[in-house]
Design a protein around this ligand. Structure first.
Ligand code: CTP
Ligand code: CA
Length: 247
């Protein structure tokens, strides 16, 4: 709501938000990626800045058209970007390893870390320096994948200082093993984060294409709050929940 957005209840806090989707190189010209636009992470960064926070946005392959949703006057670019009050410093990354490095570096001073990025679970074991060439009639060797570290679980294990709140996101669909909430509860308990924002993908509540519907769980898998509406409305609901959380 307007009254919430006008409240500078994150003043004096440093928040780190990861957004977008990581890309794992196969060779110099190809990658394994995902379809995350980064819009929810950018909405989280913009909402936090509006509430007075100093924000570091670690943007994994987020399109410039999406970054335009940030408060323009204070937008700063690059790893060495100055972080002014109300500002959003954007650190651009590509792979999961780069995202992990940038998030861990920013997390040393962060009061809150929100992992809204879609992180590749696996990466190619080897990435040749030269482009894989097509040999007609002879398909290349299968690409062997290795598991990436779980950045969120690592952040939750190794808190940089007492009181740091760690938040994850999970897009879930129901399947034979359980519904959206059951999968969310199980993931919340497994990750060790203080909050897990569970997004029921594929459901439409009639708010339009930009809308979102989430259930926020605590680390025990209990429902903290629910929110539906624009990505900005969801973002403000997440910050409300963060402010009520004691890690
Ligand atoms: N995440 C992470 N590092 C990874 C994988 C995921 O930090 N290597 C984070 C995401 O940024 C998100 C949360 O973990 O905040 C949940 O991601 P998700 O893909 O839903 O969880 P997984 O444990 O990878 O489970 P699965 O993909 O099997 O559903
Ligand atoms: Ca995953």
């Amino acid at each position: 709501s307007l009254s919430v957005a006008a409240t500078r209840d994150l003043a004096g806090r440093h928040v780190v938000v990861s957004a977008g989707g990581t890309r794992e190189p196969i060779d110099p010209v190809r990658f394994i990626g995902n379809r995350s636009s980064g819009r929810q992470g950018v909405a989280l960064a913009a909402a936090a800045a509006a509430r007075g926070a100093r924000v570091t946005l670690v943007a994994a392959n987020v399109d410039d058209s999406v970054l335009r949703d940030l408060p323009a006057a204070n937008r700063a670019e690059g790893p060495g970007a100055a972080e002014s009050a109300d500002g959003v410093a954007v650190v651009h990354v590509g792979s999961t390893a780069e995202l992990a490095d940038a998030v861990h570096a920013a997390a040393t001073t962060a009061d809150v870390v929100v992992m809204a990025a879609a992180v590749a679970d696996f990466r190619p074991e080897n990435t040749p320096d030269a482009k894989i060439k097509k040999v007609p009639g002879r398909p290349p060797e299968p690409i062997r994948l290795v598991e990436n570290p779980d950045i969120l679980a690592g952040l939750a294990r190794e808190r940089r200082h007492a009181g740091q709140v760690v938040v994850g996101f999970a897009a879930e669909t129901g399947d034979a093993a359980g519904d959206v909430l059951q999968h969310g509860r199980e993931k919340a308990r497994r990750k060790g984060a203080d909050l897990l924002v569970v997004n029921a993908v594929g459901r439409d509540r009639g708010f339009g294409a930009a809308s979102n519907e989430v259930t926020v769980l605590d680390g025990a898998g209990e429902v903290v709050t629910r929110a539906a509406g624009s990505k900005r409305v969801v973002a403000d609901a997440v910050w409300d929940a963060v402010l009520k959380t004691r890690p």
